[in-house]
Design a protein around this ligand. Structure first.
Ligand SMILES: [Zn+2]
Length: 261
């Protein structure tokens, strides 16, 4: 759990360090700074200084120092998070609840999954043009899909074993984000394997043109003929069916023509 920098700044600015430390230490002004007897070591003459300008404290005797959060942590013997909560409370600032942090975490993961999906759509699309994707190209040819169609629907071809996984890792995505997309599965032995291999790929987009899932079609008569993404953090079945409907039109048994949108 982590508080935002903006929130920490607000809490700090509303807890003047002189006011806070004065509750524990008798401070006397001398020039720009305040001095007092250090509460963290035994001393007879004050070497503990507090700067109102910099909003920090420093002891010339024992070397401790820091901002108002550090002071509370040390004097109250509490964690950083507890010091934030105490000072927020002191300033009458309401902290977001833990649930909000969970929401924030989920929102961050969702944003990453959209990025994973976008990268993957481009990866599959580029992959279609590689010499290794001959099978996919032949299928495309047979289906008489022209280049405009391929491009406008970002139709692609999934590769071998863990090609996508390795490309995503190379791009800087974390395992958690990759697995959350449902595009890669982790085996019991801990191996990462692409969900879609050797399939014609159709990205499925939502109304905001974000790629939320994929449909993957086999090239031969093996089953299942068509698989789509499992429900995931950005995709629930029964919604966002635009791309899926488009993809279904590529079924070779139905001789429908591809509709352009
Ligand atoms: Zn000291």
């Amino acid at each position: 759990m982590r508080y935002s920098d903006e929130l920490l700044d607000e809490i700090r600015s509303r807890n003047d360090i002189i006011d806070v430390i004065s509750q524990y230490v008798t401070l006397k002004r001398s020039g720009r700074n305040y001095f007092g007897l250090c509460p963290f070591h035994n001393e007879k003459s004050p070497s503990f200084s507090v700067s109102p300008d910099k909003q920090i404290f420093h002891c010339f005797g024992c070397g401790v120092g820091g901002n108002v959060f550090h002071f509370i942590q040390k004097i109250e013997n509490v964690s950083f998070v507890e010091s934030v909560q105490m000072l927020a409370d002191r300033a009458g600032i309401k902290l977001p609840t833990l649930t909000n942090y969970e929401d924030e975490k989920v929102a961050k993961l969702k944003a990453k999954v959209y990025d994973v999906n976008k990268f993957t759509a481009e990866f599959y699309h580029k992959n279609l043009y590689r010499p290794e994707s001959k099978q996919g190209q032949e299928y495309i040819k047979k289906r008489k899909l022209d280049n405009n169609t391929l491009k406008s629907f970002m139709i692609g071809y999934s590769g071998q074993f863990d090609e996508l996984y390795r490309a995503l890792r190379k791009e800087g995505f974390e395992d958690e984000e990759i697995l959350a997309s449902g595009l890669v599965n982790k085996s019991e032995k801990g191996m990462y394997i692409d969900r879609y291999r050797n399939r014609i790929m159709f990205p499925i987009q939502d109304v905001r043109n974000r790629v939320i899932a994929f449909g993957g079609r086999v090239l031969d008569d093996s089953k299942p003929k068509y698989i789509n993404s499992p429900e995931n953090i950005v995709y629930s079945k029964g919604r966002n069916l635009f791309g899926l409907n488009v993809a279904k039109k590529f079924n070779p048994r139905s001789h429908e023509k591809v509709t352009y949108c």
